[in-house]
Design a protein around this ligand. Structure first.
Ligand code: GLN
Length: 194
């Protein structure tokens, strides 16, 4: 099993460090040929317009779309925006997931926050059968404003706004699991990529 991390901009090193710790073979993806032989790909948080423009510049848009039609992709924060079909403005997107995004839905960087989420899908990744809340870090985060019929809502805030969703092997999270010690999301993604 080998997982790629899109390394154009943003928090790719942090994702790679967690996968290294889990003993997973990883590589950084910057060009289309780097996708060969991968079982899954993580698109990190960062700035989605910048990452999208770099995807265009490095001719990655179509190869990434093709990859995502067969293999697992997990987008965190800016990565979730890039997986969506609509982010409310004109910017390059992969359009692989039937979700609509509202960017910067919680305000500016200084309004970043943490929230404890109930994520039933993480249950298999606890050792004792319990499923404690997942402490999620939101940094100038997007919101999943709408999810189509083929999309499973995986986590919501107490006011029921959606912050994690899955469509087959595609996973989108508004928050940053690479910035905390809790590696349950990474272990879940490895299952999706199998
Ligand atoms: N605000 C960024 C965007 O809209 C996403 C922030 C993040 O990835 N932490 O692209």
């Amino acid at each position: 099993m080998k997982i790629g991390i899109l390394a154009l901009q943003g928090a790719f090193i942090e994702h790679q460090a967690i996968l290294d710790r889990l003993g997973v073979d990883t590589s950084q993806v910057r060009l289309p040929q780097h996708l060969a032989g991968l079982d899954g790909l993580i698109i990190p948080g960062g700035e989605s317009t910048t990452i999208g423009k770099l995807m265009v510049a490095f001719r990655l848009l179509e190869p990434l779309r093709e990859f995502g039609r067969e293999k697992a992709i997990w987008g965190t924060c800016a990565g979730a925006i890039l997986l969506s079909k609509d982010a409310g403005r004109d910017q390059p997107l992969l359009g692989l997931m039937d979700i609509t995004i509202q960017r910067n839905a919680f305000g500016r960087q200084v309004e970043s926050f943490e929230a404890a989420l109930d994520v039933p899908a993480l249950k298999p990744f606890n050792s004792n059968g319990s499923n404690p809340p997942y402490q999620a870090v939101f940094i100038r985060a997007p919101l999943i404003a709408a999810a189509g019929p083929g999309v499973e809502v995986c986590a919501s805030l107490p006011d029921s706004r959606i912050v994690a969703a899955r469509q087959g092997k595609l996973l989108a999270t508004s928050f940053h699991p690479e910035l905390t010690e809790d590696d349950r999301f990474h272990r879940w993604f490895l299952e999706l990529a199998k």
